[in-house]
Design a protein around this ligand. Structure first.
Ligand SMILES: Cc1cc2nc3c(=O)[nH]c(=O)nc-3n(C[C@H](O)[C@H](O)[C@H](O)COP(=O)(O)O)c2cc1C
Length: 197
């Protein structure tokens, strides 16, 4: 315990994989707080280079059926890797593994005095805040990209321009079946250096 509620939480928080979530939506008031926290990120020069799409209720199945599944079929054709029965089932329910999915698109302003890299970083911060805010309420949450983040049809469906916009993540939020076990964490001394004057 650090004597600080925020750091105590950050030192313990863990993601729960989407396929292990109970696909139950978060409380609507909590969802709004999670979205407000997501927007409260460092953003150099207030560019706001993000586009956020929330998938709740039937919107999840709609996106699976009308966007993800056809994109998966197209991908299978292109790669020659067949969509087996198991994969078909996965693709048709990808967004329904959790209660709410939030797609976060990095939509940089180009040209702009703020470098592209910094605009993408700010979008990563949006995902991070969203994830942490959801986990702080006790929800199961995970930041995923999977193949869907890199698919042109999906980027277009999210109103992005595949020539410049990128999906930073799909944040899945659901209920926890059981608390996740700790995972292997970085060795602090291998990562953190102190500059010797
Ligand atoms: C940008 C980004 C994309 C990710 N995409 C995936 C993914 O596609 N599939 C996956 O299993 N984990 C993915 N992860 C990892 C999980 O979200 C998560 O980091 C991991 O399960 C451990 O999380 P924890 O340290 O929060 O417990 C991704 C993480 C990041 C930061």
């Amino acid at each position: 315990m650090t004597g600080n509620a925020v750091t105590d939480f950050l030192l313990k928080r863990r993601s729960v994989v989407a396929k292990k979530m109970i696909p139950q939506a978060p409380d609507p008031d909590h969802l709004q707080i999670i979205l407000d926290c997501a927007l409260r990120v460092p953003d150099h020069s207030n560019v706001q280079p993000w586009k956020i799409t929330v998938f709740e209720g039937t919107a999840r199945a709609d996106f699976d059926e009308r966007i993800i599944y056809p994109a998966a079929q197209q991908r299978a054709k292109e790669t020659g890797e067949p969509l087996t029965e198991v994969l078909t089932q996965l693709e048709r329910t990808r967004m329904q593994r959790s209660g709410v999915v939030i797609a976060v698109l990095s939509q940089p302003v180009i040209p702009h005095k703020i470098p592209l890299w910094e605009q993408h970083l700010s979008c990563g911060a949006v995902c991070s805040n969203m994830l942490v805010a959801a986990q702080s309420f006790g929800y199961a949450a995970q930041w995923l990209t999977e193949w869907t983040a890199y698919n042109e049809q999906i980027i277009k469906a999210l109103e992005g321009d595949p020539a410049k916009d990128q999906v930073a993540g799909f944040i899945h939020i659901g209920a926890m079946e059981q608390p996740p076990a700790e995972r292997k964490r970085p060795v602090k001394d291998e990562i953190i250096n102190y500059w010797n004057a």
